[in-house]
Write a protein that binds this ligand. Sequence first.
Ligand code: SF4
Length: 330
Amino acid sequence: MSDHHPRRSYQDLLQHYTSCALCPRQCHANRLAGETGYCGQSMRLRAARAALHMWEEPCISGAAGSGTVFFSGCNLRCIYCQNHDIALGQTGKEISVGRLAEIFLKLQQKGAANINLVTPTHYLPTIAYALEQARLGGLSLPVVYNCGGYESVDALRMLEGLVDIYLPDLKYVSEELSARYSHAEDYFPKARLALAEMFRQVGKLMFYEPAAPSRPSGRAPAAVYPPDTPLLRRGMIVRHLVLPGHVGDSKKVLHYLRDTFGNHIYVSVMCQYTPLHLVADIPELSRRVTPAEYQRVVDYCLRLGMENVYIQEGDVAQESYIPPFDLSGL
Ligand code: SF4
């Protein structure tokens, strides 16, 4: 959708992999030479699935589904990760940058609402190049950058004019929680800078039609996955997964978002946390979020006057929401 597509040399972009500082981990691994850093991936592009995906927020999925590419590896690898096979890089097929551009175009042909890049951080220069090539080949859909929020501002600047919708997580404010669960003590200070850069690039929410989603009335937010939500064309949606026993930190996250971005972004507050076998010996993470805990977080959004909030209803905490990473579409 963006009309600014600077041409960059692939060789120039590859230089970012020689001493990798693409995310705040700053591993300085020579990924071009096959070394790997915390994310576990060399510069060889690997993905686990490319398909239409219905399980995003409705203004992203639309009626046809979001054209989602799930990349292998992750720079966070949270201990409770819901997609751990792919995050640990255990699932994936190597693809060329040219093939990735073809996949974007194929998803467009299939009627995708957008191109949705999931866990793209550690491949950012390659993805930027593939997007430029796909644009030249006729890609006209909005591009969604769907990440964990632990990003480098310098790396994000490579995406200016290529990404239309940022869909980052904001997982924690607490240093202690981010260190314990995501091995990233500096998660919040880095994520707040990253979110500021994302918002600078894409600005306020812009929908295809009508101009804005319905507003909440009374106690219940109106933006409870309304079926008539128009598709998002540009802007930022910040996701927050409520964790069992940590309502207090969820409130700090929401307070920060409300104070910083007002009602110019969407916030998606998720209750779908599912304890998988990896956390079996971590007592506080071995249960789901209770309805009462989730309601306290939702009520807090209302008290803050947040207007653009997605909340989840019903029993969404099921493993069936994790897509099959079966290499389809690659
Ligand atoms: S992208 Fe990977 S190798 Fe590069 S700094 Fe981040 S975790 Fe380290």
